[in-house]
Design a protein around this ligand. Structure first.
Ligand SMILES: *Cc1c(COP(=O)(O)O)cnc(C)c1O
Length: 406
């Protein structure tokens, strides 16, 4: 979308042609409304990739090299999103290098298939773990949120849940998750069980690409389509070489005669597998050459970003929106976040009892173009403006639309 100098909205060609209302995104990198805008460099890479053929395994091997370099992991893989990475990570933890097990998933009869997770790490996204055939065993309580001073889960509760049937420990990385990753890794490794970390939205800071691998996680997943701004349908898995090999074996098309089987050696050692796998559980989540090329380029650009400058820019925008809105009656706008829980600072707008956040959110979404603001605080009569997906003109437009709808 763009805005003409007189503030008129100029919609993106394709959405106008299709007759679909566009969205002005003040809600941040939400998949439902398209995630983030893909980097120009990534888009160019995708266009170029569309002009020729390539062996997908070779391209995955090249991506693995880059992911290895930027995360410090032994290997990496590109999936069709962080959630697909969780599914494939679970499949790798359950099947390992056993071709027969790969062929049977999600049927796990006779296989260790339990994934132990602190209960407060459960999210809707972990359906992906179950889709691979895993059974989630969640432990702990919600005590911390009762305000008793107790923690949600004690290390011994995780330890007690690990047994013969355990395939992995699942961990969702957020600044507030407990116990810390180091403690969980230590327990899991004492029992020879891998730890799979969902860090889908935990970059920037860019250092986080390395942090969880360094802490000892065996597989870490990141979204390619959030702040990295690669194609929407990409995710990154970084981790142990044997687990990444298992992911590749369950994702790439492999069905050729053994004598003709020539997988990329950087990812797959054919001698370590007892036969050529057929299409695995990951096959419905395929990643094309264009997405692979786009993700590789986006990640290269992302790791070279001046993150401090980007943060300062978001901070300036959030303050600009707060200042403009504070001139209005019946609301208070403040800037919060930017560290820890949120990747970028947001402008939080608290309405007084004469106004309704629910009505405001609905009215904004109903416009043409639709205006999406952060709506997680509607219960507290709050809306939020996230600057990550807005330029200055769009930010001003959002502020104006909020004003008009008060
Ligand atoms: C966004 C998100 C996902 C899903 O990521 P995709 O790349 O869209 O598949 C999974 N887990 C968490 C915590 C997320 O924030």
């Amino acid at each position: 979308m763009g805005l003409s100098p007189d503030g008129r909205v100029e919609q993106t060609d394709i959405y106008r042609e299709l007759g679909v209302r566009e969205v002005v995104n003040a809600a941040g990198t939400k998949t439902r409304i398209g995630g983030s805008l893909i980097r120009e460099e990534a888009l160019e890479a995708m266009n170029s990739a569309a002009e020729g053929f390539v062996e997908l395994g070779d391209l995955q091997a090249r991506a693995s090299e880059l992911i290895r370099d930027v995360t410090g992991a032994e290997a990496g893989y590109v999936t069709s999103g962080a959630d697909a990475g969780l599914l494939l990570g679970a499949a790798a933890a359950i099947a390992g290098s056993d071709v027969q097990a790969m062929d049977r998933l999600p049927d796990t009869d006779g296989l260790a298939d339990e994934i132990v997770m602190p209960r407060t790490h459960r999210t809707g996204y972990d359906h992906a773990l179950r889709a691979a055939g895993a059974t989630i065993v969640d432990v702990g309580t919600n005590d911390f949120h009762l305000g008793t001073g107790a923690t949600n889960v004690e290390p011994w509760e995780i330890e007690r849940a690990i047994g013969e049937e355990t395939a992995a420990v699942g961990y969702v990385q957020k600044s507030y998750t407990q116990p810390d990753l180091e403690t969980v890794v230590e327990i899991a490794h004492d029992h020879d069980v891998p730890v799979i970390v969902d860090a889908a939205a935990e970059v920037p800071p860019i250092d986080n690409l390395e942090r969880f691998v360094e802490t000892g996680a065996d597989l870490v997943v990141f979204s390619g389509g959030k702040a990295i701004r690669g194609p929407q349908t990409t995710g990154i898995v970084a981790g142990r070489k044997d687990l990444i090999q298992s992911i590749a074996l369950q994702h790439l098309d492999m069905h050729v005669a053994r004598e003709a089987w020539d997988p990329p050696r950087e990812l797959i050692d054919p001698d370590s597998v007892d036969g050529v796998p057929r299409q695995g559980i990951g096959r419905p989540m395929k990643v094309g050459k264009e997405e692979l090329a786009g993700l590789i380029r986006a990640l290269e650009v992302f790791v070279d970003l001046d993150y401090d400058a980007l943060s300062a820019e978001w901070q300036r925008q959030a303050e600009r929106a707060a200042d403009a809105l504070n001139a209005e009656d019946h609301l208070t706008a403040t800037v919060s976040g930017g560290e820890g829980e949120n990747v970028s600072p947001v402008t939080e707008v608290t309405l007084d009892e004469t106004l309704s956040a629910v009505e405001l959110v609905k009215a904004l979404r109903d416009e043409d173009p639709r205006v999406y603001v952060g709506a997680d605080g509607m219960g507290d009569n709050e809306i939020a403006i996230n600057p990550m997906c807005l330029d200055d003109e769009e930010l001003d437009y959002v502020v104006e639309r909020i004003r008009d709808n008060l």
